[in-house]
Design a protein around this ligand. Structure first.
Ligand code: PLP
Length: 219
């Protein structure tokens, strides 16, 4: 099923939109099967889980971190991940910068935008993105490459559209500033329920779990 699901979604996506397999709770074997069907980006929410999968799948694919990154996990994270999509504070950015500096590595990051302005969610409010970018910009070992947003969960994906539109708007605004060292090229938004709407509103990375792997038992 994983193979068929993956191939079906890949065929359906317009050119220029990349499919990430959001892999939380999936076994390394399931993740490996998705990569064999053509997945090139794996999204992981937990560093520990990612390590297990990484040991099986390795560098054939790109690894994106999409969970909430605690500072004490940054050291391990920068060894595995090719991109961190959930930067939402200067403190976290500084820690990533420091650990990458020790490894001679430059980490591409996305800022996580809390487009629904939901108190229980991580990410920065859209209106705070510009200031945070201007702080992170000076860090030598981090490269800002765009935004990621979750948006509120709805039964009807049409209800998510305004949040994608708002995120795209601020994405375009930051891009228009042409800030040095900032390369706004990725907009990561849309999940199983909402990715078609997200693509219509400008997403070029969609993060899909359920539609690739089937329903999750936990989280
Ligand atoms: C789980 C998860 C997804 C994928 O969710 P599905 O509804 O299973 O497609 C996407 N993004 C993030 C950040 C996630 O945690």
């Amino acid at each position: 099923m994983i193979e068929e699901n993956t191939k079906r979604i890949l065929k359906e996506l317009p050119a220029g939109v990349e499919l990430m397999a959001a892999a939380k709770t999936r076994s390394p074997e399931e993740i490996l099967r998705a990569t064999q069907a053509g997945i090139q980006i794996i999204g992981e929410n937990y560093v520990q889980e990612a390590l297990a999968a990484f040991n099986v799948v390795g560098h054939k694919v790109r690894w994106h971190f999409i969970g909430h990154l605690q500072k004490n996990k940054v050291k391990k994270a920068v060894d595995i991940f090719d991109m961190i999509e959930t930067v939402d504070s200067i403190g976290l950015a500084r820690e990533i910068d420091k650990r990458c500096g020790q490894r001679n590595k430059i980490m591409p990051v996305l800022l996580e935008i809390n487009s629904g302005r939901e108190k229980q969610k991580f990410g920065i409010f859209p209106e705070d993105a510009e200031n945070l970018i201007k702080e992170i910009m000076d860090l030598k070992n981090i490269k800002i490459e765009g935004f990621m947003t979750m948006g509120p969960m709805f039964g009807d994906p049409e209800n998510a559209r305004p949040y994608f539109i708002e995120t795209k708007k601020i994405f375009d605004w930051i891009k228009s500033l042409n800030l040095p060292g900032v390369d706004m090229k990725y907009l990561s938004m849309g999940m199983t329920n909402s990715y078609q709407v997200a693509i219509e509103e400008g997403a070029n990375i969609v993060r899909i779990g359920t539609k690739i792997f089937g329903p999750r038992d936990k989280n």
